[in-house]
Design a protein around this ligand. Structure first.
Ligand code: NAD
Ligand code: GLY
Length: 366
């Protein structure tokens, strides 16, 4: 396997800045970069039970010339394993095999091993270097960038965690070839989100050919993943700890997370929850008097072309969603706040969303 040319996006955070490398079969380059930056004898790989069997052999082969010994730790795949029990098991396995403060952790997989592995790296020996190696589209365009690490609790998603930036994000686009189509489409919901919140041109590019991405065209993926990473890098560089701007990345997520929770994380993938969330939140913006022109029909059309849902689940009462939205991290003192579009490419955080407006929007979208 040979290392190929890659696209680089820089996340500018002073002495915690890092590169996102995007290309094809970047594993050998990753090994070289670890040698140059950390000179490690060993590295710890945290992955899941789907991704490990597919990619550990490739990683092993690519790392052989570097002399770095890899130790593998596979968590069970799935959101239900993103919890403190898994973290405890990983600590036990890693500490019993031995590591020091310079032993890098490679978090390889989707957002679940990415967030969990990042949290382990943030807390092990009070912090060891870590590398994100995202293999799902969602992880490539969102979760691997920006340093939000953490796990779920019975009280809610991502409630235990740390801001802890990776030293490098290495995106081998070819790994998308084994990602199930439904997961690819769920990742496209986050891609479409970037168009609405930041980049009207990106939205228009998606309108002119989202089918290429649904079908898995490699060059289109490289271009689109790079653009999404540029946007996320810019937002994170301006507001690393989410004191303001970074909240815009949550467009569609207030309603979307509540839909995921109301259906017990078993019915909707994250991207599917937020596509419905983006439609409902756009309807709310219109009910609040915003003139969005043809944004909503264009958004729905794009979602439908990417096999994503656009109507709220009929079997879920809006009252349940309203209740669940009170545990959203943007909610302050019971005040539901939502990221709403003002035009294509622009959104802002709006406080004071009322139950009446929300329930009307939910009904209108059904
Ligand atoms: P995931 O990690 O569960 O991956 C989805 C599925 O695809 C899993 O079954 C996984 O095993 C499989 N998979 C991944 N890559 C594959 C590949 N190349 N080939 C075959 N199968 C593959 O979930 P996800 O959708 O990647 O991420 C969702 C998670 O990300 C959630 O926990 C969410 O909270 C988190 N998230 C975090 C951030 C952040 O900023 N940290 C942002 C968005 C989402
Ligand atoms: N995915 C939201 C964020 O990184 O802030």
């Amino acid at each position: 396997m040979t290392a190929n040319l890659s696209e680089i996006v820089r996340v500018d955070l002073g002495d915690r800045s890092y590169d996102i490398e995007i290309g094809v079969a970047l594993w050998p380059r990753l090994a070289e970069s670890l040698v140059e930056n950390f000179h490690p004898k060993r590295a710890i790989v945290i992955t899941d039970s789907n991704v490990g069997p597919l990619y550990e052999p490739k990683l092993e082969e690519a790392f052989r010339p570097s002399g770095i010994e890899l130790s593998y730790h596979q968590m069970s795949a799935g959101e239900e394993h993103k919890n403190l029990d898994t973290v405890q098991t990983l600590y036990d396995e890693i500490l019993s095999r031995g590591c020091d403060r310079k032993t890098p952790v490679i978090a390889m997989g989707g957002g679940v091993p990415g967030d969990t592995g990042g949290f382990v790296a943030a807390t092990l020996l009070r912090g060891v270097p870590y590398i994100q190696v995202p293999t799902s589209l969602l992880a490539m365009v969102d979760s691997s960038v920006g340093g939000k690490t953490g796990v779920d609790t019975p009280h809610g998603k991502n409630l235990i965690g740390a801001f802890y930036q990776p030293a490098l994000v290495s995106v081998s686009i070819d790994t998308l070839e084994t990602l199930p189509k439904r997961e690819v489409c769920a990742g496209l919901a986050e891609v479409i989100k970037y168009g609405v919140i930041w980049d009207a041109k990106l939205f228009e590019e998606l309108e002119s050919g989202i089918e290429k991405l649904v079908e898995g065209d490699r060059d289109s993926f490289i271009r689109i993943v790079k653009r999404c990473c540029e946007i996320k890098a810019e937002v994170v560089s301006k507001d690393e700890f989410e004191s303001g701007l970074r909240a815009i990345l949550n467009y569609g997520h207030t309603v979307g997370h509540a839909i995921e929770a109301a259906t017990e994380y078993g019915e909707y993938l994250h991207g599917e929850g937020i596509s419905v969330g983006m439609v409902v939140e756009t309807e709310i913006a219109e009910l609040l008097g915003r003139d969005l022109g043809d944004l909503k029909p264009r958004l729905k059309d794009l979602f439908q072309r990417a096999n994503l849902p656009v109507t709220p689940p009929e079997h879920v009462e809006p009252a349940r969603i309203w209740e669940l939205m009170h545990s959203d991290k943007k909610t302050l003192g019971g005040d539901i706040r939502m990221v709403l579009p003002s035009e294509l490419g622009n959104v802002d955080l709006v406080p004071g969303i009322t139950r009446k407006v929300f329930e009307k929007a939910w009904g209108n979208c059904g």
